[in-house]
Design a protein around this ligand. Structure first.
Ligand code: AHR
Length: 497
């Protein structure tokens, strides 16, 4: 019966471990993300490093495990050496991704320090545009070198004795894009990525190398995976360790209509399924032994973004609505449901640029999209567990169009977890604009804690001076049926018997 939905949750049936890195962040030298976002020396809100304390305090609430840096498209003309050493000697350069001037006042050591203060791990992206392999090796040595060698000593000279031990490194960003200063073909990229990977892993076999994919469904993805996922010790790669550990994909969703907007993230679920198949296919075709770890997906740019509607420089300062918050909640449900395949997901980006957190000179503002991110990061960890939903589906237009009929778009979008603390968590997004759903809940204990994110209509926003969308806490008395309000994210949390 479509009118009385049923959600059944099975805490004793785990599906897969959730990698905490699905709650990763991303800070790019773009717009006001670094300068005026996380770094603002001279501001009364800055600490002795020039880091905005209010931004750090807010981001700490998200318990972010990894942050990607320095881009994004910015990487394609970035020379890391410009951003280390005495600040007064660092050169200003024209910056070709966003057509600004890069002062290099914030560079590798500042980012590492910021990560330390935030309590997060760095993830760096190599310059595959104007950068050279030599430069990339130098950067890796600067960050991770322990011996008496030139770049390790340069790091010591710049005040950091211990290596930073940066684990995650990306082999370029969106190198397939026509916006790149030196756009690659899939053939040229696969060749270069493999050669760089060999050298980088010779220097430091412990790093995790991330291949640059497209949206996970493109011929680029098939080709590059096929050429680069090789057995260690093979004819094509004499490396003792696998060269590629993760495959990166990017996707932004958005629509001016609420329901296409809220259902669009389901496209990412389809992309993850296809990418995952391509990973398996490449391994089979190349004879990679099953003993060699299976690469996971690094969804290192995702969010709701429409550069046309977004205000501010570069079409990057989004003013998010309740509809967008629900879309972000659906995105996060996707990552939880697909936890077997997703090894990392970085919301693009962490501050000001396409971000749930905005700054003014005086304060930070938590946008509508902050709240789903906050709740998921706080509670939806541990293992994904089986959860079934039987309810009606939205049958109208979707964005992208192919979603309609390809993927189910139920009114109630659901995921569930069992945390390491023994608590079960159920996240339910009711995307319906006018209908509350009284729902039979099976497997949810009485006296569940309830967190609800909702607001007054799809256009509710926190950028008009008031917090129109926040989170409310309550307790459910467990009477068998729960009413999921229209336009809401509900997170129920309980200790299973
Ligand atoms: O996140 C903003 C930009 O979007 C990134 O720099 C780029 O990789 C993507 O196209």
């Amino acid at each position: 019966d479509q009118d009385t939905p049923v959600i059944s949750v099975h805490p004793s049936r785990p599906v897969s471990k959730i990698n905490p890195n699905i709650y990763a962040g991303f800070t790019e030298h773009m717009g006001r993300c670094i300068y005026g976002g996380i770094y603002e020396p001279g501001s009364p809100l800055a600490d002795e490093n020039g880091f905005r304390k209010d931004v750090l305090e807010a981001l700490k609430e998200l318990d972010i495990p990894v942050v990607r840096y320095p881009g994004g498209n910015f990487c394609a003309t970035y020379h890391w050496l410009d951003g280390v050493g005495p600040k007064e000697q660092r050169p200003s350069r024209p910056e070709l991704a966003w057509l600004g001037t890069e002062t290099n006042q914030f560079g590798t050591d500042e980012f590492m320090k910021w990560c330390e203060v935030l309590g997060t791990e760095p993830y760096l992206c190599f310059n595959f545009g104007t950068g050279t392999l030599d430069e990339a090796l130098g950067w890796l040595e600067y960050c991770n070198g322990t011996r008496n060698t030139y770049y390790a000593n340069l790091r010591r000279k710049n005040g950091r004795e211990e290596p930073y031990n940066v684990k995650y490194w990306a082999l370029g960003n969106e190198t397939w894009g026509p916006w790149q200063v030196e756009q690659a073909t899939k053939e040229s990229y696969a060749h270069k990525a493999l050669q760089w990977a060999k050298a980088l892993k010779l220097l430091d076999p412990s790093i995790v190398l991330i291949l640059c994919g497209q949206d996970g469904t493109a011929s680029w993805d098939y080709y590059t995976l096929n050429k680069c996922l090789l057995p260690a010790h093979s004819a094509l790669s004499t490396s003792a360790v696998p060269l590629i550990d993760m495959h990166s994909i990017h996707m932004y969703t958005c629509s001016s209509e609420h329901l296409p907007n809220a259902t669009a993230p389901r496209a990412a679920e389809r992309a993850i399924e296809i990418t995952s198949s391509l990973i398996d296919l490449a391994r089979i075709e190349n004879g990679v032994p099953s003993s060699q770890p299976r690469p996971t997906i690094c969804f290192d740019e995702w969010n709701v973004w429409d550069p046309i509607r977004a205000e501010g420089s570069l079409g990057a300062e989004e003013s998010y609505t309740l509809s967008d918050a629900l879309a972000v909640a659906v995105w996060l449900n996707v990552f939880v449901r697909k936890s077997r395949d997703v090894g990392m997901a970085c919301i693009a980006q962490s501050v000001n640029v396409i971000s749930p957190l905005m700054t003014t000179k005086e304060k930070t503002i938590k946008q509508t999209t902050w709240w789903p991110l906050y709740l998921f990061s706080k509670f939806m960890r541990g293992s994904t567990i089986t959860a079934h939903v039987a309810c009606g589906t939205y049958e109208g237009e979707t964005a992208p169009k192919w979603l309609r009929g390809t993927v189910d778009t139920p009114w109630l979008d659901v995921s569930a977890t069992l945390g390491d603390d023994g608590f079960a968590n159920l996240a339910v997004v009711n995307i319906h604009e006018s209908q509350d759903f009284e729902t039979t809940l099976e497997g949810v204990a009485s006296n569940a804690q309830v967190f609800t994110v909702t607001g007054n209509g799809v256009a509710a926003s926190n950028m008009k001076g008031e917090e129109e969308v926040g989170v409310k806490e309550s307790v459910w008395n467990g009477a068998g049926k729960y009413v999921f309000p229209k336009l809401s994210l509900t997170l129920l949390r309980w200790k299973p018997e």
